[in-house]
Design a binder for this molecule. Structure first.
Ligand SMILES: Cc1ncc(COP(=O)(O)O)c(C=O)c1O
Length: 414
C-alpha cells in the first residue's frame, strides 16, 4: 500500500500545480470529430474549431492513409509482438525506413516508437560508447542550443557523460556563440556533436541549417574525430519548406543526422532518424529505445508509409502549398486586427504576443466558449512578459474557418 506520508506529498504537489495554474492533467476529452470540411473536435455537446494541433497538413483523417493503416494491421496484426531483432522485422517498417530516408535524401533510416525515443537512442548512442569493448573511442563534447526540446536534453542526460565540461550550451540560435564554444573546446576534445531543434515549437522560429553547417564545417579539421550536426526537425517535416522537407529545405543546408516524427505533419505516429548507413547500422546496435522497446504498431507503419508517399505526390504538394497560403491569410487577418506576433514565422505555428499571463488565460477561455481550441503559453515555458497564444494553422482549414477564428479573436480580446 502507498505510504500515507508519501501519498500526502503527491496530493500537495498536485494542489500546488493547480494553484500556480501550470497543471496539465485536466485534459479535454474529445469524443469524436465532425466529418465534413475541416474536422472539428466534439467535446460534450459542442463542436470546436481546432487551432492547436500539429496535424499541419490535415492528414490524420485522410481516407487513403486510414485504409493503408487497416490493410497493414489486417495483414500483420495490431501489435509488433516483440522488438524487431528478436521477432523479425515486418515489411512495412523496412519500406517506411527506405521511403523516409529517400524523402530526406539520406542513405538510410530507422524508425522507433516516437521522436522522443528517437532522440534518446540517437543522442545517447552518438555520445557514449555502449560497452567497455567498444571500438568507438575518444572524448566528446556535446553543444546544444539553449532552448532545445526536452527529448534532446534527456538524450544528453541518458548519455551520462562523466566530464561536466563535455556538456556545453550556445545561446539560442546564436551561431557566433556556437563558433566560440567550438573554438574553446577544440583542443580539449577529440569530437564535437552540435544539436538543435529544427523548428522551435513555442514560437515557430527555425534553425538556419546552412549557417550551422558553415560553422560546424569550419571546425571539422580542428577536432581529430570531426564535428557532427544533429537536427531534430519534428515540427518542420511535412509542414515547412517548398516541398515539406522542413528546415533543411528552407535554409538550404544539410544535417548529418536528422530526427523527425510521423506524429505531427505526417498525421500518423512514431519517430525516425535518417543519416548515413553506417550511422543507422550503429544505432540499431546501440540505441536502447530501438533495441529494448517495441516499435509502433504495423498498422501505424502502413499509415506513415502511405503518408510519406502522399506528401511526395502532387496531391500532397498541393496541401503544402495550401498550408503556406493559409498561414499568410491568417497572418494578414490577425495583423489587420491589431494583433502582434512573437516573431515573423513562416511556419504553421503562429504565436500571438499577449504579454500578460492572466489576459492570455482569459483569451483562451473566451475562445473556448466561442468554440475554438488554442493553447496559451506563459512563464516558465516562455520568458516573463512573453505570454502568448499559440495558434497552429492547418492546410485543412478553409478561408472561412480562418475568418471565423480571427473574428472570434477580435471579439474575445474586446
Ligand atoms: C523538437 C521535438 N522533438 C520531439 C518531439 C516529440 O515527438 P513525438 O511525439 O514523436 O515523441 C517534439 C514534440 O513535441 C518536438 O517538438
Amino acid at each position: 500500500m502507498l505510504n500515507a506520508k508519501y501519498k500526502k506529498q503527491l496530493k500537495d504537489e498536485l494542489k500546488r500545480l493547480d494553484s500556480v495554474k501550470t497543471a496539465k492533467r485536466h485534459e479535454k476529452v474529445i469524443e469524436g470529430f465532425t466529418s465534413d470540411g475541416a474536422p472539428k473536435a466534439k467535446i460534450g455537446k459542442k463542436e470546436y474549431g481546432i487551432f492547436n494541433s500539429n496535424d499541419y497538413l490535415g492528414l490524420r483523417h485522410n481516407k487513403k492513409i486510414k485504409t493503408a493503416e487497416h490493410k497493414a494491421s489486417d495483414k500483420f496484426g495490431t501489435g509488433p509482438g516483440a522488438v524487431r531483432f528478436i521477432s523479425g522485422t515486418m515489411k512495412p517498417y523496412v519500406e517506411l525506413e527506405n521511403e523516409i530516408a529517400k524523402f530526406h535524401g539520406k542513405q538510410a533510416g530507422m524508425v522507433v516508437s516516437s521522436a522522443f525515443a528517437a532522440n534518446l537512442a540517437t543522442i545517447s548512442s552518438l555520445l557514449s560508447p555502449q560497452s567497455k569493448d567498444s571500438k568507438v573511442e575518444g572524448s566528446v563534447v556535446v553543444i546544444s542550443d539553449a532552448l532545445n526540446h526536452r527529448s534532446i536534453i534527456d538524450g544528453v542526460r541518458v548519455a551520462s557523460l562523466k566530464n561536466p565540461e563535455s556538456k556545453q550550451i550556445y545561446q539560442h540560435m546564436d551561431y557566433e556563440d556556437l563558433d566560440r564554444v567550438l573554438d574553446e573546446n577544440s583542443k580539449k576534445f577529440d569530437r564535437a556533436v552540435v544539436i538543435t531543434d529544427g523548428v522551435f515549437s513555442m514560437i515557430g522560429e527555425y534553425a538556419d541549417v546552412k549557417a550551422l553547417r558553415r560553422v560546424v564545417d569550419k571546425y571539422q579539421s580542428k577536432y581529430t574525430l570531426g564535428v557532427m550536426l544533429i537536427v531534430d526537425d519534428s515540427h518542420g517535416v511535412a509542414a515547412f519548406g517548398k516541398t515539406g522537407r522542413g528546415c533543411e529545405e528552407v535554409s538550404n543546408g544539410k544535417s548529418d543526422v536528422l530526427v523527425g516524427t510521423f506524429g505531427k505533419g505526417f498525421g500518423a505516429d512514431g519517430g525516425y532518424v535518417v543519416a548515413d548507413k553506417v550511422v543507422i547500422d550503429y544505432l540499431r546496435e546501440a540505441g536502447a529505445t530501438y533495441i529494448y522497446s517495441n516499435s509502433f504498431a504495423p498498422g501505424t507503419a502502413g499509415a506513415a508509409l502511405e503518408s510519406v508517399r502522399l506528401v511526395n505526390s502532387d496531391k500532397g504538394q498541393k496541401l503544402v502549398q495550401k498550408s503556406r497560403e493559409n498561414i499568410e491569410y491568417f497572418k494578414t487577418g490577425a495583423l489587420k486586427a491589431g494583433f502582434k506576433f512573437v516573431c515573423d514565422s513562416q511556419h504553421p505555428i503562429q504565436a500571438l504576443l499577449i504579454a500578460d499571463p492572466v489576459k492570455c488565460g482569459n483569451l483562451t477561455a473566451e475562445l473556448f466558449k466561442k468554440g475554438f481550441l488554442v493553447t496559451n503559453i506563459s512563464y516558465p515555458i516562455v520568458p516573463k512578459g512573453m505570454d502568448e497564444i499559440r495558434v497552429q494553422i492547418s492546410a485543412a482549414h478553409t478561408k472561412e474557418d480562418i475568418d471565423e477564428f480571427v473574428n472570434a479573436l477580435i471579439s474575445s480580446w474586446k
